[in-house]
Design a protein around this ligand. Sequence first.
Ligand code: FES
Length: 385
Amino acid sequence: MEDFEIVGKSYDKTIELGAKGIDPYKDLPEWIKADPDYPAFERARNDGGDSGSDDPRIKAFLNPSAGERFVDLGCSLNLMLRGYDAWPSEYHGVDVSAKTIELLKGFVAKNNLTVGALINGSLHETPFEADYFDIGACVGSLEYFKKDFVEKALSEFNRILKPSGRFVLDIPNITSPMRRFMNILEEYQGRPDKFDISPDEFEAMLRPFFSFERVDYDGVAMIQYYLTKKEMKKEPNKYKELEPYLESGLIGVLQKAQGLYGWLSEDLLAHVAEKTGQSRAKVYGVATFYAQFRLKPMGRRHILLCQGTACHVNGSAEIEEAVREELGVSEGETTADGIFSYNNVACLGCCSLSPAMMIDGKAYGSLTPGKAKAIIREIRKEETV
Ligand code: FES
């Protein structure tokens, strides 16, 4: 079962308890209330310092107004219980719990409310168009998911929000001492926290897409972020030659990209992620896993050093040592001045010249360590005048 399905089932249970008048955060067993961190948690809840959806700061920041579309991702029962039905903006809700959505639909019908979509689904893949919402929130939901999912969710929030749109979300502060108690509590509710991203790392994930302010809720080890979507300048598609190959599977796309542009820059990997709908972490993971992919640019001159049988017998190992020494880099790397890249290869097809190397298609044979170094020095001189 996917993480979001587990969370959905757990919230279904919470809704059933709520219908019987049981508040699962209040009616806790004695062994949890006896925990030394319980009083701090209780204080935070009573003082409104629990980063909940009814925090007045959320409404003040989003400043909902008539004609604006609001999306509540992981909406829980905010529309019913936290006054969101009185907001002048148009309400849209997405929740993993089918029972929550059922209950909200009943509430809307009974009170004759006008709302937008109420969807039972996951917040990392919504059916909304790009740039559709003016404002949005995702409070009390991201803690149940790991980095891979959170990354997809952030990219989804960014996609569906208009430029300059406002958004509030919260995450657990995994570096806070209160996290231990909060984990016990969530575990007891049947939806253990899975969040594995430090605040620093999370902010690095936000930065390309949003400007933000942060508020810490120490009593419950949560952090709220008030986000504004950055205006991205629409640049002309720098990689339009790659367009016809985007359906060829991730490895195929990366091979083609490297073939077209020589190497895989961070910008190119981000472009591949966006265009193929894969997370950046996955694309970067594949590019770094396979030795065939180059994550640094090639040098202007490319040395291929033969390691075939004839060259090996005639001393290619000493030639390799001399080449490494002269270049100051290892096999597969590029020199700091950007002049040389160097790779070992099997037979170059000129065995009578062994040991041999090839530089940009020109073969150099009967090498000695000194001769190999002299050839490289000569080319470097040509390249630096
Ligand atoms: S083995 Fe080196 S060129 Fe053939």
